[in-house]
Write a protein that binds this ligand. Sequence first.
Ligand code: NAP
Ligand code: MG
Length: 402
Amino acid sequence: MAKIEMKTPLVEMDGDEMTRILWKMIKDELLFPFIDLKTEYYDLGLEYRNETNDQVTIDSAEATKKYGVAVKCATITPNAARMTEYNLKEMWKSPNGTIRAALDGTVFRAPIQVKGIEPCVKNWEKPITLARHAYGDVYKNTEIKVPGAGKAELVFTGADGKEIRQTIQEFDGPGIIQGIHNTDKSITSFAKACFNYALDTKQDLWFATKDTISKIYDHNFKDIFQDIYDKEYKEKFEAAGIEYFYTLIDDAVARVMKAKGGFIWACKNYDGDVMSDMVSSACGSLAMMTSVLVSPSGVYEYEAAHGTVQRHYYKHLKGEETSTNSVATIFAWTGALRKRGELDNIPELMAFADKLEKATLSTIENGKMTKDLALITSMKDVTVLNSEGFIKAVRESLEAML
Ligand code: NAP
Ligand code: MG
């Protein structure tokens, strides 16, 4: 069978530890035999980041802006222990943070559902995609522990020297205060990323805040979303047959529990943190979740939602067998290949991505899986495979399909 040709390279960001091992196996077993794979390779493994003073991370983000689609392996975010382990010159920043700052994006995460690994919420027939705003609010707060009686004020001094001043509280004893902010620019980026992603995946978009109580702060989010929707997206949504729907956050939570899934739930930063943990744990495992960073200019970076699976890597180094789940990393590749196929008009590449995903899921549905899934599946008599064995089983399913 002739290999599928590509036109534009994918930006390939290699990573660390166990996921770096999976990365190579996936390429060797599931990609090279079928695709004339074109990538521009950036080694974000910690050793090379250290060698290049992290320039390689910045270069990979710039390349992503240039080509439009990247696929990223999980990487170590160094802490004190890693300083000694890798003999680092500096405690380099999180590559994800650097890439997000460069691309100005929103992260979308959705559970990968298979028969045999059922969500705890029985009516969730389709995945719920979480879109989390990743800037500001309580994550960039200023807090004071009020020692005793006194007056707390909120003061804004304009660049022109003009002051806006409001009383927060007249304290008659000890207490606490907190200052938080967001910017119209960041909220606008967030809104556009959500609208574009909804169009891209043809799913309804839900957005919710507490605007009845937070009449200026949360209301500003609601207004910016509505304004952009009316001006730039309403017609496109109607043409695609999808809906934008705003409601109160408590109403959204209640509705989500009764819903069938198959929509995107846009959340403010804190809501997104808590609700994405709720949705993912209800669906079983971090290794059964897709993750993509979408920038407002339409640049895509696909990755796995989990880390480098350090504990398994140390076993691997000792020559012990591992059973690490490669599904999220396989789906990072299929997401990127499908998007590349779509942008370059290569239907065979898109079809290949679909088939590789189907082969991965059918392997699990036929009872062949890694240990993490074997522990939670409702299937009886499953075969637990090691890291490589699972990828080889996926190849068999894929070859049978092609
Ligand atoms: P982790 O790599 O996500 O792993 C935590 C635990 O979750 C594992 O020990 C394993 O549990 C289970 N697990 C995660 N992914 C799995 C998979 N694919 N298959 C099977 N089990 C899986 O988190 P971590 O150990 O806290 O972090 C390790 C490194 O990853 C850190 O250096 C951190 O900086 C980095 N990290 C990177 C990213 C990213 O690049 N996106 C995200 C998070 C963390 P058992 O050991 O019980 O089997
Ligand atoms: Mg969290």
